[in-house]
Write a protein of this length. Structure first.
Length: 151
């Protein structure tokens, strides 16, 4: 078989997320903290576990805690849910540009019936975490940040 052996792939993947694992990221959210990575080479910050810097490809990453505040850049109201999310509707997935720079996808804690485009650009703050149970299409439970409008 051409290419890399399965054992080599598994060995490489076992060392991929050593500075910040998804378990660490989700645990931080459950504790009310937004944890990310700062590149020691270029200084850019990301908010998801990664193996290399998404800007300069350096492997010199350090764990950092973000302030959890930012600007709501976009959102949508989900009224017709995908399978497994029927009990959640309506809910508001959103993207927040954090004060430190990276954009984070999460949920907006806001009345879906009152949500209008006037929310875009509002100041938001991390207010908790939401854990999806997972379904037959996902890899199981997943936790995302929840943001609340503060200004």
């Amino acid at each position: 078989m051409a290419g890399i052996a399965q054992e080599e792939i598994e060995k490489e993947l076992s060392t991929v997320y050593t500075v910040l694992t998804y378990e660490d990221y989700e645990a931080g959210l459950k504790e009310g903290r937004l944890v990310g990575l700062k590149c020691a080479s270029c200084g850019k910050i990301t908010c998801h576990p990664m193996h290399v810097c998404q800007w300069c490809s350096s492997r010199s990453l350090e764990r950092t805690e973000l302030c959890g505040e930012g600007e709501l850049t976009t959102f949508t109201v989900i009224r017709v849910p995908p399978e497994g999310f029927e009990a959640d509707v309506p809910y508001i997935p959103c993207i927040v540009e954090t004060k430190e720079g990276p954009c984070v996808m999460g949920r907006l804690d806001y009345d879906a019936e009152r949500a209008t485009t006037e929310l875009i650009g509002k100041h938001v703050k991390l207010s908790g975490a939401y854990t999806y149970k997972g379904d037959k299409y996902s890899g199981g439970a997943h936790t995302c940040p929840v943001f609340k409008v503060v200004g």
